[in-house]
Write a protein that binds this ligand. Structure first.
Ligand code: HEC
Ligand code: HEC
Length: 327
């Protein structure tokens, strides 16, 4: 006898279960992908987190748990500044800005009041200079004002900015200058002799001096009042001191030099002489601020230092003339 073996029958309940699974599978799959996506997406698009925020954006205007007496400048910097200036103050933040956020130390500080600009050509700010920039922001640039922060936090931030200025960063800048000069000269660039230990020591000494803020020089105080005569005299100085070659006869920023293709800032970006009728004074718009800019120039840009060639009374007239252009 041949026994017929009937195929094993799947119990009815199991079949029902399997069908249920098959039916649910696509939904589970799609749901899973969506859930995962929702979880992962914010992580991908988020800015690098400051120590106090998940998204890198400030949830409030001031930090909740900052020690009011002795705020931590580094933490404040990560929270308020790193997205633009980079976590190490090297200008490599997430925000790709024009002009780029300052690379502290490597880029020169523009809005300074110290005279130690002369040697290495780079202004070093006093703590008050940095504090002023933080309070005012830089008009016409992405750099915002932090005037809403308490005084102690502004001071801590200014001190932190100074800490980012390292001697080695300035030495690197000096090396770039030496290299560029050597390459332009007939001798060319010779790594061994141009960067001899003696040459490096000299650069390091210059850099060490530059990191310390120099002396602030005296400002005419109180600043003399503007008069129509002062403005008229200032116009003549504006022509005589060659301001017109960049800023143009009417101060519109359209002087002949501005048309030159090689009219560049030190970092290689195109330099733009300010349209002085626009009322845009990045370093502050008081007569003292403008006096400082004209006296010391704006380091890192072609705007020259005039303080050594133009007399103080002429500088004062010049400031009144510049202010009178502001429509
Ligand atoms: C939204 C982007 C942004 C944020 C946030 C920001 N900065 Fe800036 N910062 C800039 C840019 C851009 C410049 C350069 C502007 C220019 O050259 O016109 C700048 C320039 C500066 C300078 C140079 C001043 C000088 O004399 O040359 C200092 C100092 C500075 N920032 C400090 C800070 C500090 C401290 C914070 C945080 C409290 C901060 N910034 C937050 C974009 C930013
Ligand atoms: C070689 C070109 C050049 C000459 C000469 C020159 N400037 Fe400038 N000036 C510039 C440039 C470039 C800027 C813009 C710098 C920046 O912020 O990037 C500027 C900016 C300024 C500003 C704006 C300051 C601020 O806070 O934003 C003033 C004011 C000014 N110049 C006045 C003068 C006066 C007065 C003279 C003559 C003594 C003069 N400049 C000579 C190129 C020049």
């Amino acid at each position: 006898m041949i026994e017929t073996v009937s195929p094993p029958t799947i119990p009815f309940r199991l079949r029902l279960l399997m069908r249920g699974f098959l039916f649910a599978a696509p939904f589970v799959l799609i749901g899973g992908v969506m859930w995962g996506g929702f979880r992962v997406w914010p992580l991908l698009s988020a800015q690098p987190a400051g120590p106090y925020s998940q998204s890198g954006l400030a949830p409030t205007t001031s930090l909740p748990d900052v020690n009011p007496e002795n705020p931590d400048g580094y933490k404040l910097f990560q929270f308020h500044c790193a997205n633009c200036h980079g976590a190490h103050g090297d200008g490599v933040g997430l925000a790709g800005l024009t002009p780029r956020a300052r690379y502290f130390g490597y880029d020169k500080f523009k809005f300074v009041s110290t005279t130690n600009a002369a040697k290495t050509g780079g202004g070093m700010p006093t703590d008050d200079d940095i504090h002023g920039v933080l309070r005012r922001g830089i008009a016409g640039s992405p750099m915002p004002s932090f005037g809403h922060l308490p005084e102690s936090q502004l001071r801590a931030l200014a001190a932190q900015v100074r800490k980012f200025v390292r001697v080695e960063v300035i030495v690197a800048r000096l090396k770039d200058i030496v290299k560029a000069k050597a390459m332009l000269s007939d001798e060319g660039f010779e790594e061994k002799s141009d960067w001899s230990p003696a040459a490096l020591d000299k650069m390091r000494l210059m850099a060490t001096k530059e990191v310390e803020a120099g002396l602030s020089f005296e400002l005419p105080t109180p600043f003399p009042q503007s008069t129509p005569e002062a403005v008229a005299r200032g116009k003549l100085v504006f022509e005589k001191a060659a301001c017109v070659s960049c800023h143009g006869a009417n101060g519109l920023g359209d002087g002949p030099q501005s048309k030159d293709a090689k009219f560049l800032n030190e970092n290689g970006t195109k330099a733009v002489p300010r349209d002085l009728t626009a009322g845009l004074f990045k370093g502050g718009d008081s007569p003292h601020h403008i006096y400082l800019r004209v006296f010391l120039g704006i380091p890192g840009t072609p705007m020259p230092m005039s303080g050594l060639t133009v007399s103080q009374s002429d500088l004062i007239d010049l400031v009144h003339f510049v202010k009178s252009l502001d429509r």
